[in-house]
Design a protein around this ligand. Structure first.
Ligand SMILES: NC(=O)C1=CN([C@@H]2O[C@H](COP(=O)(O)OP(=O)(O)OC[C@H]3O[C@@H](n4cnc5c(N)ncnc54)[C@H](OP(=O)(O)O)[C@@H]3O)[C@@H](O)[C@H]2O)[C@@H](O)CC1
Ligand SMILES: Nc1ncnc2c1ncn2[C@@H]1O[C@H](COP(=O)(O)OP(=O)(O)O)[C@@H](O)[C@H]1O
Ligand SMILES: [K+]
Length: 505
């Protein structure tokens, strides 16, 4: 799914109105109906809604939603700024319709302090949408602050009020803190970054039928990895395949005390479908690797640390988990990279070694995939102010070096050399545990070995990793799930993918 800027969302809106054709107020009705339907099919334990409406079209959505929920039998109170009753045209239409309903009480924002936010009440935020032009001040700021102090469930319409859709807010900006955000048609960029994304709660994208023609013909560099993207990448396994068909992966890493990391990466490479899988590790890991991952063949890289990396042809290397940064290992990696041309995966200590010396960076083969977490990214490329700036820097580096950067985060970003960004929306905080990154390295290496392109391997890899983690969290909880559980859930993710990709009778 493309991520559109506010400007492109506005154009999509206008294009739909002109070409469907549909009037703008009908489009608002459609958007509001989608929200109201979602609300009454999901909110089972509450009977009352307090709806906070601004003066623009977001407020208009709020008025229409309030009317629809009232007609479904809920108690509704609508709050507005009675000192300033100047609405956008479509909001005015819906404001008037609401005023005609005697059962809905229209309250002023100032009444919020005396209002009874009882346990049956859900708060709906329709103060500002994508038209926010400056930080909320005065009464708006006060209302948002008071609402944020309430324990009632909170739903934002389109975007949490106070948040800019495609840029970062000031550090102390006042933003409504939602439990759910019902957003229209597209993910907004700000939802995908940690500084702002933490205000959305669960994001629900509602399809309001904006023109598909406009969406297809309007370019964007930013994408969300949704089911459609994955469906276009995933290839079912051929019946007449043999082990050579699905490539050769060599997972390189491990050191005394960190054999677990390379074990996790190796097991993930196996589980992700690699035809032949080798693990190149120091000898101290020989027995444990052979015992626990008997399907993988062992290659000796040293005694307690790796001091040599053997070069083999037609192989995809994934280097880094548990590797350590000893001098002998550094030498071995540099020597290997000096002689290696084909794209590979670099993670963890392989990246830490590369960040030791500016000259090492140039040794990364073109089209390789590097998978830094934010700290490793900073070691490689320097400090940035925030995650928006970090992404900009990553785009520059991916282009300059001709590589793919998988910037790991809650919404991991895959950045291509051509400047496209794919945001991942699978995964959860159960992955915030040592070892989770090692799994990702194994998966991406395995996919690249299976002849997915670099972009496909990175995009499908982060999605698979997150999806398996979501399955693991459902079974074991985010707290208790272990990286090993994530590896074991890969099978269920592939079963789902195959079901969708296979012709059903
Ligand atoms: N796109 C779609 O597909 C569809 C979009 N729809 C909906 O439209 C929404 C966008 O509506 P929108 O453009 O009217 O802007 P909106 O967010 O209501 O705010 C503008 C108002 O707020 C004001 N204002 C701004 N900042 C302020 C501040 N800090 N403090 C105080 N005031 C401030 C601003 O005033 P001004 O800046 O002019 O002074 C203006 O009055 C979108 O999010 C979605 O909900 C659906 O209905 C249909 C399909
Ligand atoms: N809160 C979170 N939500 C989603 N994914 C997460 C979260 N925390 C961590 N992850 C994922 O887990 C992995 C952690 O990688 P990394 O920090 O390299 O771990 P390690 O080096 O311990 O294996 C990354 O893929 C990251 O995207
Ligand atoms: K809102």
């Amino acid at each position: 799914m493309k991520v559109f800027t506010v400007e492109n969302i506005r154009l999509a809106d206008q294009y739909t109105i002109k070409n469907e054709p549909v009037s703008s107020v009908q489009l608002m009705e459609r958007a509001a109906l989608n929200c109201a339907e979602w609300i009454y099919s999901n909110c089972k334990n509450h009977t009352k809604f307090a709806v906070f409406c601004g003066n623009g079209n977001n407020g208009g959505d709020g008025f229409a939603i309030a009317r629809m929920l009232y007609l479904k039998g809920f108690d509704i109170d609508v709050f507005i700024n009675k000192d300033h009753l100047k609405f956008s045209d479509d909001a005015l239409v819906n404001y008037k319709k609401l005023k005609d309903i005697s059962g809905i009480s229209l309250k002023d924002f100032h009444e919020i302090e005396r209002y009874n936010f009882d346990e049956k009440t859900i708060i709906i935020d329709a103060l500002f949408g994508t038209g926010l032009s400056r930080n909320p001040e005065g009464i708006f700021k006060k209302v948002i602050e008071i609402l944020n102090s309430k324990v009632n469930p909170k739903i934002s319409i389109d975007i949490p009020s106070g948040m800019f859709a495609d840029q970062i807010n000031n550090e102390n900006a006042t933003i409504f803190k939602a439990d759910y955000t019902l957003t229209f048609q597209f993910w907004k960029r700000a939802f995908l970054h940690p500084e702002t994304g933490s205000f959305t709660g669960k994001v629900v994208v509602l399809d309001i039928n904006l023109s598909q023609e406009f969406i297809e013909n309007t370019s964007s560099n930013d994408f969300v990895i949704d089911d459609e993207v994955i469906k276009n990448i995933f290839k079912i396994r051929q019946d007449f395949a043999h082990k050579g068909t699905y490539g050769k992966s060599i997972i390189v890493g491990g050191s005394y005390g960190k054999i677990g990391a390379i074990m996790l990466a190796t097991k993930s490479a196996l589980k992700a479908g690699s035809g032949l899988t080798f693990v190149l590790a120091p000898n101290c890991g020989y027995e444990i690797l052979q015992t626990n991952a008997p399907e993988a063949m062992f290659m000796n890289g040293g005694e307690k640390n790796i001091n040599q990396i053997e070069e083999q042809e037609n192989t995809v290397y994934g280097i880094g988990p548990g590797l350590g940064t000893e001098k002998e290992t550094e030498k071995a990696l540099v020597k290997f990279l000096e002689n290696h041309q084909s794209p590979l995966i670099l993670d963890a200590d392989a990246l830490n070694i590369i960040s030791k010396d500016n000259n090492y960076m140039k040794l990364i083969p073109k089209k390789s995939i590097i998978t830094p977490h934010p700290k490793e990214f900073e070691r490689l490329f320097g400090k940035t102010e925030n995650s928006f700036d970090r992404l900009d820097l990553a785009k520059t580096k991916a282009k300059d070096l001709g590589i793919y950067i998988v910037l790991k985060d809650h919404h991991t970003q895959v950045i291509t050399p051509s400047g496209n960004v794919f945001y991942n929306i699978t995964g959860n905080s159960g992955l915030a545990k040592g070892g989770s990154g090692d799994i990702l390295t194994g998966i991406i290496t395995s996919l690249l070995a299976q002849k997915y392109s670099e972009e496909e391997a990175a995009v499908l890899g982060v999605w698979l990793h997150g999806k398996a983690a979501d399955f693991a969290a459902e079974k074991y909880s985010k707290e208790a799930m272990q990286p090993t559980d994530v590896i074991n859930e890969l099978g269920n993710v592939f079963l789902d993918l195959n079901k969708k990709a296979t012709t059903q009778l």
